[in-house]
Unconditional design. Structure first.
Length: 111
């Protein structure tokens, strides 16, 4: 095996276990590009951006789930100080129920 065909080494531990994950941000929000092995990837803390103050946090709090009509939705996170200040969004099922009742009432009035 030549040096050019050797798999990339993990930037954290030096192993050659594949598949390598590319990490693009660290806990402070700095952009860094590192290739890390699956073992090292499991040890990384979750890094999310706060929806309110746009700061990066390693202790994200889930404040909302955005549902999509087609395809996957996504989660919205906040940092611990901002989480209590984020309004609780209505659930999608509640919105549909309210809209359904209003349309039904309008239909009764128009007859």
């Amino acid at each position: 095996m030549t040096a050019s065909s050797k798999p990339a080494a993990c930037d954290a531990c030096g192993s050659h276990r594949a598949p390598m994950t590319v990490v693009t941000t660290d806990a402070t929000g700095q952009v860094v590009h590192r290739q890390i092995c699956p073992g090292c990837a499991r040890e990384l803390p979750p890094v999310r951006m706060c929806v309110r103050c746009q700061a990066f946090t390693t202790a994200p709090v889930l404040v909302s789930e955005v549902h999509a009509g087609s395809g996957p939705g996504f989660n919205v996170y906040a940092c611990a100080p901002c989480a209590p200040l984020c309004p609780t969004p209505p659930d999608a099922a509640e919105l549909l129920e309210v809209g359904f009742r209003e349309r039904a009432e309008e239909g009764k009035r128009s007859r």
